[in-house]
Design a protein around this ligand. Structure first.
Ligand SMILES: Cc1cc2nc3c(=O)[nH]c(=O)nc-3n(C[C@H](O)[C@H](O)[C@H](O)COP(=O)(O)O)c2cc1C
Length: 169
């Protein structure tokens, strides 16, 4: 734990657009004594119900979704660019098919019950507040359905309260 110091949401200086869209996140959750992780580049950081929140979007076929669904919490780990190949691997292979975490060489640490990666430069520990599957009827711009959901695999949105932010150094 000494590698990290806790900061408040107001102290976070990262740009959310580069943090999520370019640096990418590892979404990690544990259930029934096992953990799984996947790369995500869609999401948001903001305020909802007067709480600091992180929002992620998981397609139904993601193995990680099963872990997030079974768990009360998940983590979002941000790694620096030296880990880019690992992030690509964790975003291309499913934990259903390989022991991805072991193969990645990353090290799991825990904040309470919530797994995250020791190699991270930033970690958000999030407690699940809300989940909702996207509904095709609710798209204001139907072209998005053709663009993103040809297999009708609509994302489920998860809103998590940011309970702790750990920053390296
Ligand atoms: C850069 C990048 C970003 C991704 N973003 C998301 C995302 O936001 N939501 C999602 O459902 N899948 C996303 N994926 C796909 C999953 O990471 C990928 O399908 C992964 O293999 C799922 O692993 P799992 O089955 O072990 O959960 C992304 C993949 C990459 C490479």
């Amino acid at each position: 734990m000494s590698d990290f110091r806790e900061i408040s949401p107001a102290e976070l200086t990262d740009n959310p657009f580069t943090l999520i869209g370019q640096d990418w996140l590892l979404v990690t959750a544990a259930a029934e004594g096992r953990a799984n992780t996947m790369t995500a580049s869609w999401g948001g950081l903001g305020v909802l119900w007067s709480l600091p929140v992180a929002t992620i979007y998981l397609r139904p076929q993601r193995y990680t979704k099963e872990f997030v669904d079974k768990s009360a919490a998940f983590s979002l780990s941000v790694l620096d660019d030296s880990h880019r190949a690992t992030l690509s691997y964790l975003g291309a292979v499913s934990g259903r098919d390989e022991d991805k975490i072991k193969k990645s060489g990353l090290t799991i640490a825990h904040e309470g019950e919530v797994p995250y990666f020791k190699e991270s430069r930033l970690v958000l520990i999030c407690r699940k507040l809300y989940r909702q599957a996207m509904n095709p009827e609710n798209f204001v711009v139907p072209a998005l359905i053709n663009q993103w959901y040809s297999q009708e695999d609509y994302h489920t949105m998860y809103v998590g309260a940011i309970e702790k932010i750990l920053q390296r150094g």
